[in-house]
Design a protein around this ligand. Structure first.
Ligand code: CO
Length: 135
């Protein structure tokens, strides 16, 4: 048995530019921007827009080597990942791997939200990229 995930912490949405994403999610859909963060080491500019208990994170490329460039090239943008908030990331990932999911990376990394995160390998998630966040 494993503990159930607590909630969807955030949805990561890839956009070609924050301008394009904000025109939809802020202007068209009425969410408020809480903050903007640049992560040059990942080639990302991120806008955080809370929607109730869940954050919408607009992920835009920053510079030449963005983590999301391949996704943008292939899909043109859209839903990039679903982040499940869990109490114990080691337990959640051990449970997932016991059920055939593979993990990206060797250890949890510190995510843009300031908490440890880890991703499942997208080839093992039936098409939707999953992230865990421990909080
Ligand atoms: Co995320």
């Amino acid at each position: 048995m494993t503990q159930e995930p607590k909630r969807i912490n955030h949805l990561g949405i890839a956009v070609k530019s924050l301008e394009e994403g904000l025109a939809v999610w802020r202007d068209g859909l009425g969410l408020q921007v809480e903050r903007l963060v640049e992560m040059p080491e990942k080639g990302l500019k991120i806008a955080f827009l809370p929607c109730g208990e869940t954050m919408i994170e607009l992920l835009a490329p920053l510079g030449e080597h963005s983590e999301i460039q391949a996704f943008l090239d292939k899909r043109g943008g859209g839903l990039h990942h679903v982040c499940l908030e869990v109490a114990d990331i080691a337990q959640a990932t051990a449970h997932a791997t016991a059920h055939g999911l593979a993990l990206l990376g060797q250890t949890p990394a510190l995510g843009a939200e300031g908490f440890p995160v880890r991703f499942a390998h997208p080839k093992t998630t039936a098409g939707a990229l999953v992230e865990w966040l421990e909080k």
